[in-house]
Design a protein around this ligand. Structure first.
Ligand SMILES: [Zn+2]
Length: 320
């Protein structure tokens, strides 16, 4: 038996009564919290953590994230998502994922995220990292089939081979890792976004998800470029497009919704879909909550610090 006494922290319990102990103790035996209170009498714990001036609370669930650390410092300097970020993705190599994955897991833990939803192109190496690091991940291999170099200039060219390879990686992730690492790894399906994955990708993902009891996630109404491309191809808003495809339901979550219409949000509400809110201050977060739409928070950035996300959200400095 290993026991840990966390002492004198600012304890936010998140229990049914939402108790907050300005100077509280938490006692953990093996992997269970057995007691929370003030000045707990514990004789000779194996580990003691002095938590004075620290916040002690349950781990965050980071509802939308990617492995992006290697872009840090580049994107911020160079700027545009489509001109810099997406083309850079072409330089990634699957064999780098384990090392980068470990760094990313460490950052999740450091940022207070015990559970994260992670979407990445080469997920297998990342899953090995999660197995080693000890955090919990709900993972997807994202599926898109756009020529990213051409997209840099605003041109959408869809490549069938890229689609097939990404679909295979996503399904292999389920077959090889779902329920893995003592249940810490679970998987879901992720067509990347309605401008970057065509309807057949959404339909195949939905079929696979239904067959295996998985949920689905996607980027949705994230950028004006996506919005315009979906309008051009289908004559609809991105949420209306997914609704008409029949993939919008309570098992689908959509990240961003930066450019949603009132009708879009009613469709979302009606179908029970959830929204993953990241860092756009333009998004009508309060309206979504008032409507009763389930909302999750995700970092979707180069570091996975949830407190930083909340702080910046409140001051609006991450507006972009
Ligand atoms: Zn994202």
């Amino acid at each position: 038996m290993a026991d840990i006494l966390i002492k004198d922290g600012f304890v936010v319990t998140m229990d049914r009564d939402r108790r907050v102990l300005p100077r509280g103790d938490v006692y953990v035996v093996d992997d269970r919290i057995t007691e929370i209170g003030e000045d707990l009498r514990v004789r000779d714990p194996e580990y003691m953590v002095d938590a004075r001036h620290h916040l002690v609370m349950p781990g965050f669930v980071n509802a939308h994230s990617h492995l992006q650390q290697y872009f840090r410092g580049v994107y911020e300097l160079m700027g545009d998502f489509f001109e810099t970020n997406l083309p850079l993705e072409g330089y990634r190599r699957p064999e780098q994922m384990e090392t980068l994955g470990l760094a990313s897991c460490a950052e999740f833990i450091y940022g207070g995220c015990t559970t994260s939803m992670l979407i990445y192109t080469y997920p297998a190496g990342y899953a090995r990292a999660v197995a080693e690091a000890g955090n919990r991940c709900h993972m997807a291999g994202d599926i898109e089939h756009v020529d990213l170099e051409k997209l840099k200039n605003g041109e959408f060219v869809y490549i069938p081979e890229k689609r097939d390879a990404a679909m295979k990686r996503a399904k292999d992730l389920y077959f090889n890792w779902h329920g893995g690492a003592d249940g810490r790894i679970t998987t879901l399906m992720c067509p990347k976004a309605p401008d970057m994955a065509m309807p057949d990708v959404y339909m195949e993902c939905k079929e696979f998800a239904d067959e295996h009891g998985l949920s689905m996630t996607t980027h949705l109404s994230q950028s004006m470029r996506e919005y315009r491309q979906v309008q051009r191809l289908f004559g609809k808003t991105p949420p209306q497009h997914l609704y008409d495809l029949g993939v919008m339901d309570e098992k689908l979550s959509g990240a961003h919704l930066t450019y949603g219409t009132a009708k879009d949000f009613h469709l979302i509400k009606e179908t029970g879909m959830s929204i993953l809110h990241c860092h756009s201050v333009e998004s009508p977060l309060i309206d979504w909550l008032d409507m009763g739409i389930p909302v999750g928070l995700g970092t979707d950035d180069y570091y996975h610090d949830m407190l930083d996300l909340i702080r910046k959200q409140r001051t609006g400095v991450m507006n972009r």
